[in-house]
Design a protein around this ligand. Sequence first.
Ligand SMILES: [Zn+2]
Length: 318
Amino acid sequence: MMKEYTIGIDIGGTNTAFGFVTKTGEVFLDGSITTRGYKNAEHFVEILSNTLKENIKIYSNDHKLKGIGIGAPNGNYYSGCVEFAPNLEWEGIVNLVDLMKKHIDLPVFLTNDANAGAIGEMLFGGAKGMNDFIYITLGTGVGSGIVSNGKLVYGHDGFAGEIGHTFAVTDGRDCGCGRKGCLETYTSATGIVRTALEFLEKDKRQSELRMYDPAEITSKLIYDAAVKGDKTALEIFDYTAMILGRSLADAVAYTSPEAIFLFGGLAKAKEFMLHPVKQYMEKYILNIYKNKVKILPSELKEGQAAVIGAAAFIWNEI
Ligand SMILES: [Zn+2]
């Protein structure tokens, strides 16, 4: 009996991770290569597919590869192209799907990493059986994937669901996208650090966070201080939760989700993030949605989510 599997690939700014994944979400092989230092995107894909082919061969006796799912920043599902990704070395528009198919002649699909995560949550995580939910990653940036009526929403041009780049604060912080006040600049891991630096600057209270050089402060340090009851750290979390809860209250109005899944280090801070985000969302939400939308932690494993998501994504396509 041949076991069927797909390959999930997660292209990050520094590393590209891959996993061989069964239909039930079991990763039976994983690995990674560096994303940086190639002549061009063609060269990167050649090295990546050679690595994959060596491993495909090892399992070829009793395993059958069905396709490859790729999650990448600014990955466009419709065109198969990565378009002007800010964290990658490739310039302009790169047709990753065509490049990959030159080496491995099987179905290949591309989407952005948060969309892949949403499909992973639906097939293998906490969103099993749900038709309407929103998946949010709170990492270096804020990504999101929206599932509506059982389908991932791509929109007219393939870039639907950038909740991280909706306005959270009028004329707020500068965002990498060129606008001001995007949600990402407040509720990502880097956003909460920006909040910490602002709060430490404007009030002069004693805080554990003052023991550190401002450049050393991380979301983890803020979390550790909050656990010890540090007032400034607690206020930093409360402010972050308020901003996120308020934006989610708005997001609910578009697709009326059953649940919103939060993924990433910050989402694990249940007492400081998940619970207050829910409270703030309920405070700001339209009456007809009150007490109907769950805020849940993602059930995907931190290190595997993007790869499993990309693999799930191809299962969803073929
Ligand atoms: Zn932005």
